[in-house]
Design a protein around this ligand. Structure first.
Ligand code: ADP
Ligand code: X2W
Length: 296
Protein backbone atom coordinates (compact mmCIF):
# COMPACT_ATOMS: atom_id res chain seq x y z
CA UNK A 1 0.00 0.00 0.00
CA UNK A 2 1.18 3.56 -0.82
CA UNK A 3 2.48 5.33 2.28
CA UNK A 4 1.70 9.03 2.67
CA UNK A 5 4.54 11.36 3.63
CA UNK A 6 3.88 13.33 6.83
CA UNK A 7 2.43 16.76 6.04
CA UNK A 8 4.78 19.68 6.69
CA UNK A 9 3.64 23.20 7.67
CA UNK A 10 4.68 24.33 4.15
CA UNK A 11 2.00 22.20 2.52
CA UNK A 12 -0.72 23.63 4.76
CA UNK A 13 0.46 27.17 3.95
CA UNK A 14 0.38 26.36 0.20
CA UNK A 15 -3.14 24.95 0.47
CA UNK A 16 -4.29 28.01 2.46
CA UNK A 17 -2.85 30.37 -0.19
CA UNK A 18 -4.68 28.46 -2.94
CA UNK A 19 -7.90 28.61 -0.97
CA UNK A 20 -7.52 32.35 -0.29
CA UNK A 21 -7.10 32.90 -4.03
CA UNK A 22 -10.64 31.71 -4.82
CA UNK A 23 -12.47 35.07 -4.52
CA UNK A 24 -9.77 36.75 -6.60
CA UNK A 25 -9.88 34.01 -9.25
CA UNK A 26 -13.66 34.46 -9.43
CA UNK A 27 -13.40 38.25 -9.69
CA UNK A 28 -10.77 38.22 -12.42
CA UNK A 29 -12.36 35.55 -14.63
CA UNK A 30 -12.78 37.23 -18.04
CA UNK A 31 -10.95 40.38 -16.92
CA UNK A 32 -8.43 42.14 -19.17
CA UNK A 33 -5.05 42.82 -17.56
CA UNK A 34 -2.43 44.83 -19.47
CA UNK A 35 1.13 44.23 -18.28
CA UNK A 36 4.01 46.53 -19.20
CA UNK A 37 7.20 44.46 -18.99
CA UNK A 38 10.02 47.01 -18.94
CA UNK A 39 13.53 46.29 -20.15
CA UNK A 40 14.88 46.74 -16.61
CA UNK A 41 12.30 44.27 -15.24
CA UNK A 42 13.29 41.44 -17.61
CA UNK A 43 16.30 40.06 -15.76
CA UNK A 44 17.90 36.73 -16.63
CA UNK A 45 16.46 33.55 -18.17
CA UNK A 46 15.08 32.23 -14.85
CA UNK A 47 13.30 35.53 -14.10
CA UNK A 48 11.87 35.58 -17.64
CA UNK A 49 10.62 31.99 -17.18
CA UNK A 50 9.01 32.89 -13.84
CA UNK A 51 7.25 35.89 -15.44
CA UNK A 52 6.06 33.71 -18.35
CA UNK A 53 4.73 31.07 -15.96
CA UNK A 54 2.65 33.70 -14.09
CA UNK A 55 1.20 34.92 -17.40
CA UNK A 56 0.30 31.38 -18.51
CA UNK A 57 -1.36 30.73 -15.15
CA UNK A 58 -3.39 33.95 -15.54
CA UNK A 59 -4.60 32.81 -18.96
CA UNK A 60 -5.36 29.33 -17.58
CA UNK A 61 -7.73 30.77 -14.95
CA UNK A 62 -9.62 32.87 -17.51
CA UNK A 63 -7.84 36.23 -17.37
CA UNK A 64 -7.01 37.91 -20.71
CA UNK A 65 -3.42 39.13 -20.28
CA UNK A 66 -1.89 41.55 -22.79
CA UNK A 67 1.88 42.04 -22.60
CA UNK A 68 3.39 45.33 -23.80
CA UNK A 69 7.15 45.17 -23.53
CA UNK A 70 10.01 47.66 -23.48
CA UNK A 71 13.63 46.93 -24.22
CA UNK A 72 15.46 50.24 -23.73
CA UNK A 73 18.63 48.62 -22.27
CA UNK A 74 18.76 46.07 -25.13
CA UNK A 75 18.39 48.86 -27.73
CA UNK A 76 21.20 50.79 -26.02
CA UNK A 77 23.45 47.73 -26.17
CA UNK A 78 22.86 47.18 -29.91
CA UNK A 79 23.28 50.89 -30.74
CA UNK A 80 26.56 50.79 -28.80
CA UNK A 81 27.80 47.80 -30.82
CA UNK A 82 26.94 49.66 -34.03
CA UNK A 83 28.59 52.87 -32.77
CA UNK A 84 25.33 54.83 -33.11
CA UNK A 85 25.03 57.65 -30.59
CA UNK A 86 21.67 57.89 -28.76
CA UNK A 87 20.17 60.70 -26.69
CA UNK A 88 17.07 60.96 -24.50
CA UNK A 89 14.89 64.05 -24.13
CA UNK A 90 12.35 63.95 -21.25
CA UNK A 91 12.69 60.15 -21.02
CA UNK A 92 12.17 59.55 -24.76
CA UNK A 93 14.81 58.39 -27.24
CA UNK A 94 15.61 60.84 -30.04
CA UNK A 95 15.00 58.57 -33.05
CA UNK A 96 16.40 59.21 -36.55
CA UNK A 97 15.99 56.77 -39.48
CA UNK A 98 19.12 54.72 -38.63
CA UNK A 99 18.13 54.47 -34.96
CA UNK A 100 14.58 53.48 -35.94
CA UNK A 101 15.91 50.48 -37.91
CA UNK A 102 17.82 49.26 -34.87
CA UNK A 103 14.89 49.93 -32.49
CA UNK A 104 12.54 47.88 -34.67
CA UNK A 105 15.05 45.07 -35.11
CA UNK A 106 15.73 44.79 -31.36
CA UNK A 107 12.13 45.22 -30.15
CA UNK A 108 10.28 43.14 -32.77
CA UNK A 109 13.04 40.69 -33.71
CA UNK A 110 14.80 40.00 -30.42
CA UNK A 111 12.97 41.10 -27.25
CA UNK A 112 9.48 40.25 -28.54
CA UNK A 113 10.50 36.77 -29.68
CA UNK A 114 12.30 36.05 -26.40
CA UNK A 115 9.08 36.73 -24.46
CA UNK A 116 6.96 34.75 -26.94
CA UNK A 117 9.37 31.81 -26.62
CA UNK A 118 9.33 31.95 -22.80
CA UNK A 119 5.50 31.85 -22.76
CA UNK A 120 5.41 28.97 -25.26
CA UNK A 121 7.96 27.08 -23.11
CA UNK A 122 5.54 27.31 -20.16
CA UNK A 123 2.67 25.91 -22.23
CA UNK A 124 0.92 29.15 -23.27
CA UNK A 125 0.08 30.29 -26.80
CA UNK A 126 1.70 33.67 -27.36
CA UNK A 127 1.46 35.82 -30.49
CA UNK A 128 4.21 38.38 -31.08
CA UNK A 129 3.06 41.67 -32.62
CA UNK A 130 3.94 45.31 -32.78
CA UNK A 131 1.51 48.22 -32.75
CA UNK A 132 1.84 48.21 -36.55
CA UNK A 133 0.05 44.86 -36.89
CA UNK A 134 -3.63 44.95 -37.75
CA UNK A 135 -3.47 48.76 -37.73
CA UNK A 136 -3.45 48.61 -33.92
CA UNK A 137 -1.64 51.91 -33.28
CA UNK A 138 -1.78 54.92 -35.59
CA UNK A 139 0.66 57.68 -34.62
CA UNK A 140 1.55 61.26 -35.20
CA UNK A 141 5.02 62.67 -34.59
CA UNK A 142 5.24 63.48 -30.85
CA UNK A 143 7.64 66.41 -31.10
CA UNK A 144 9.86 67.50 -34.04
CA UNK A 145 12.85 67.50 -31.65
CA UNK A 146 12.43 63.74 -31.13
CA UNK A 147 12.34 62.67 -34.81
CA UNK A 148 10.46 59.41 -35.36
CA UNK A 149 8.95 59.20 -31.87
CA UNK A 150 5.22 58.62 -32.11
CA UNK A 151 2.21 59.77 -30.11
CA UNK A 152 -0.70 57.33 -30.49
CA UNK A 153 -3.78 59.05 -31.94
CA UNK A 154 -5.92 56.04 -32.85
CA UNK A 155 -6.10 52.55 -31.37
CA UNK A 156 -7.82 49.62 -33.06
CA UNK A 157 -8.33 46.72 -30.62
CA UNK A 158 -10.14 44.37 -33.06
CA UNK A 159 -7.12 42.11 -33.45
CA UNK A 160 -6.68 41.84 -29.66
CA UNK A 161 -10.30 40.77 -29.17
CA UNK A 162 -9.85 38.06 -31.83
CA UNK A 163 -6.78 36.82 -29.97
CA UNK A 164 -8.64 36.76 -26.61
CA UNK A 165 -11.43 34.70 -28.18
CA UNK A 166 -8.87 32.19 -29.50
CA UNK A 167 -7.14 31.91 -26.10
CA UNK A 168 -3.92 33.56 -27.36
CA UNK A 169 -1.68 35.87 -25.34
CA UNK A 170 -0.73 39.03 -27.30
CA UNK A 171 2.85 40.25 -26.83
CA UNK A 172 3.19 43.78 -28.25
CA UNK A 173 6.34 45.74 -29.18
CA UNK A 174 5.87 49.53 -28.71
CA UNK A 175 5.89 50.65 -32.35
CA UNK A 176 3.22 52.37 -34.41
CA UNK A 177 2.50 53.49 -37.95
CA UNK A 178 1.93 56.98 -39.31
CA UNK A 179 -0.67 58.04 -41.89
CA UNK A 180 1.95 57.57 -44.66
CA UNK A 181 2.95 54.10 -43.46
CA UNK A 182 6.08 55.35 -41.69
CA UNK A 183 7.25 53.51 -38.53
CA UNK A 184 7.34 55.30 -35.17
CA UNK A 185 9.13 54.46 -31.93
CA UNK A 186 6.86 54.86 -28.88
CA UNK A 187 7.71 54.72 -25.18
CA UNK A 188 6.58 51.33 -23.80
CA UNK A 189 4.73 52.84 -20.81
CA UNK A 190 2.75 55.09 -23.18
CA UNK A 191 1.70 52.13 -25.35
CA UNK A 192 0.67 50.05 -22.33
CA UNK A 193 -1.47 52.88 -20.92
CA UNK A 194 -3.04 53.71 -24.27
CA UNK A 195 -3.95 50.10 -25.02
CA UNK A 196 -5.22 49.55 -21.46
CA UNK A 197 -7.52 52.59 -21.83
CA UNK A 198 -8.75 51.47 -25.28
CA UNK A 199 -9.58 48.03 -23.85
CA UNK A 200 -11.06 49.52 -20.62
CA UNK A 201 -8.78 47.05 -18.85
CA UNK A 202 -9.42 45.97 -15.27
CA UNK A 203 -5.76 46.39 -14.36
CA UNK A 204 -2.63 47.99 -15.78
CA UNK A 205 0.49 46.49 -14.20
CA UNK A 206 3.67 48.51 -14.81
CA UNK A 207 6.62 46.19 -14.06
CA UNK A 208 9.86 48.00 -13.34
CA UNK A 209 12.99 47.65 -11.17
CA UNK A 210 11.74 49.31 -8.01
CA UNK A 211 9.28 48.06 -5.37
CA UNK A 212 6.74 50.83 -6.08
CA UNK A 213 6.21 54.57 -5.69
CA UNK A 214 8.26 55.79 -2.74
CA UNK A 215 7.48 58.73 -0.42
CA UNK A 216 9.94 61.36 0.80
CA UNK A 217 11.27 58.87 3.42
CA UNK A 218 11.92 56.23 0.77
CA UNK A 219 9.03 54.00 1.94
CA UNK A 220 6.78 52.39 -0.68
CA UNK A 221 3.25 53.86 -0.65
CA UNK A 222 0.95 50.89 -1.20
CA UNK A 223 -2.25 52.82 -2.13
CA UNK A 224 -2.43 56.16 -3.92
CA UNK A 225 -5.18 58.33 -5.35
CA UNK A 226 -4.54 60.47 -8.45
CA UNK A 227 -4.47 63.56 -6.18
CA UNK A 228 -1.78 61.95 -3.98
CA UNK A 229 0.32 61.16 -7.08
CA UNK A 230 0.05 64.79 -8.25
CA UNK A 231 1.09 66.08 -4.82
CA UNK A 232 4.17 63.79 -4.69
CA UNK A 233 5.11 64.92 -8.22
CA UNK A 234 4.72 68.63 -7.32
CA UNK A 235 6.95 68.04 -4.25
CA UNK A 236 9.61 66.46 -6.53
CA UNK A 237 9.35 63.11 -4.68
CA UNK A 238 8.18 61.38 -7.85
CA UNK A 239 11.01 62.10 -10.30
CA UNK A 240 12.97 60.81 -13.30
CA UNK A 241 11.74 57.60 -14.91
CA UNK A 242 8.88 57.37 -12.39
CA UNK A 243 7.20 60.45 -13.91
CA UNK A 244 6.19 58.81 -17.25
CA UNK A 245 4.95 55.78 -15.29
CA UNK A 246 2.69 57.69 -12.90
CA UNK A 247 1.51 59.94 -15.78
CA UNK A 248 0.66 56.81 -17.78
CA UNK A 249 -1.21 55.42 -14.76
CA UNK A 250 -3.27 58.62 -14.35
CA UNK A 251 -4.07 58.84 -18.07
CA UNK A 252 -5.12 55.18 -18.12
CA UNK A 253 -7.40 55.64 -15.08
CA UNK A 254 -8.94 58.78 -16.62
CA UNK A 255 -9.49 56.70 -19.78
CA UNK A 256 -11.50 54.01 -17.95
CA UNK A 257 -8.90 51.58 -16.53
CA UNK A 258 -10.00 50.50 -13.03
CA UNK A 259 -6.56 50.68 -11.41
CA UNK A 260 -2.85 50.80 -12.23
CA UNK A 261 -0.10 49.15 -10.18
CA UNK A 262 3.60 50.08 -10.27
CA UNK A 263 5.68 47.16 -9.00
CA UNK A 264 9.00 45.32 -9.13
CA UNK A 265 8.83 42.88 -12.06
CA UNK A 266 11.93 41.03 -10.85
CA UNK A 267 10.29 39.95 -7.59
CA UNK A 268 9.23 36.28 -7.77
CA UNK A 269 5.59 35.80 -8.81
CA UNK A 270 4.95 39.55 -8.62
CA UNK A 271 1.91 39.44 -10.95
CA UNK A 272 0.27 36.55 -9.09
CA UNK A 273 0.81 38.21 -5.71
CA UNK A 274 -0.84 41.37 -6.99
CA UNK A 275 -3.86 39.76 -8.62
CA UNK A 276 -4.64 36.69 -6.53
CA UNK A 277 -3.56 37.29 -2.92
CA UNK A 278 -4.67 39.47 -0.01
CA UNK A 279 -1.13 40.84 0.11
CA UNK A 280 -0.88 42.60 -3.25
CA UNK A 281 2.40 44.03 -4.55
CA UNK A 282 3.82 47.49 -5.20
CA UNK A 283 1.77 50.71 -5.35
CA UNK A 284 -1.83 50.66 -6.53
CA UNK A 285 -3.22 53.90 -8.02
CA UNK A 286 -6.99 54.18 -8.34
CA UNK A 287 -10.06 56.34 -7.73
CA UNK A 288 -12.31 53.57 -6.39
CA UNK A 289 -12.34 49.94 -7.40
CA UNK A 290 -15.04 47.31 -7.01
CA UNK A 291 -12.47 44.57 -7.76
CA UNK A 292 -10.73 45.33 -4.48
CA UNK A 293 -12.16 43.53 -1.47
CA UNK A 294 -13.22 45.90 1.29
CA UNK A 295 -10.85 45.63 4.25
CA UNK A 296 -12.20 43.46 7.06
N1 ADP B 1 9.17 58.42 -5.89
C1 ADP B 1 9.81 57.44 -6.56
N2 ADP B 1 9.57 56.14 -6.22
C2 ADP B 1 10.21 55.12 -6.86
N3 ADP B 1 11.10 55.29 -7.87
C3 ADP B 1 11.39 56.55 -8.26
C4 ADP B 1 10.75 57.66 -7.63
N4 ADP B 1 11.20 58.79 -8.23
C5 ADP B 1 12.08 58.39 -9.17
N5 ADP B 1 12.21 57.06 -9.22
C6 ADP B 1 13.10 56.31 -10.15
O1 ADP B 1 12.34 55.78 -11.24
C7 ADP B 1 12.94 54.55 -11.66
C8 ADP B 1 11.99 53.74 -12.55
O2 ADP B 1 11.94 54.29 -13.85
P1 ADP B 1 12.77 53.65 -15.11
O3 ADP B 1 14.20 53.36 -14.67
O4 ADP B 1 12.57 54.55 -16.28
O5 ADP B 1 11.99 52.27 -15.29
P2 ADP B 1 11.84 51.26 -16.58
O6 ADP B 1 13.18 51.20 -17.22
O7 ADP B 1 11.41 50.00 -15.94
O8 ADP B 1 10.78 51.85 -17.48
C9 ADP B 1 13.33 53.92 -10.34
O9 ADP B 1 14.32 52.91 -10.48
C10 ADP B 1 13.81 55.13 -9.52
O10 ADP B 1 15.19 55.34 -9.68
C1 X2W C 1 10.46 56.68 -27.61
C2 X2W C 1 11.22 55.74 -26.72
O1 X2W C 1 11.95 56.17 -25.83
N1 X2W C 1 11.04 54.42 -26.94
C3 X2W C 1 11.71 53.41 -26.17
C4 X2W C 1 11.03 52.08 -26.48
C5 X2W C 1 11.46 50.96 -25.56
C6 X2W C 1 11.05 51.18 -24.10
O2 X2W C 1 10.14 51.93 -23.76
O3 X2W C 1 11.80 50.40 -23.24
P1 X2W C 1 11.77 50.40 -21.60
O4 X2W C 1 10.37 50.24 -21.19
O5 X2W C 1 12.61 49.20 -21.27
O6 X2W C 1 12.37 51.69 -21.12
C7 X2W C 1 13.22 53.35 -26.51
O7 X2W C 1 13.60 53.61 -27.65
O8 X2W C 1 14.00 52.99 -25.59
Amino acid sequence: MKKQKPMSQDWFATARTLSEALPYLQRYAGAIVVIKFGGHAMGDTDEMASFARDIVLMRQVGVNPVIVHGGGPMINEMLGKLNIQSDFVRGKRVTDAATMEVVEMVLSGMVNKRIVQAIQDEGGRAVGLSGKDGGMITCEADDPELGLVGRPVEIDTDLLHHLFTGGFIPVIAPLGMGQEGETYNINGDTVAGTIAAALKADRLLLLTDTAGVKDANGDVVTQLSPAHVRALTDQGVIAGGMIPKTETALTAIAGGVRAAVIMDGRAPNACLLELFTDHGAGSIIRDSDPLIQPMA
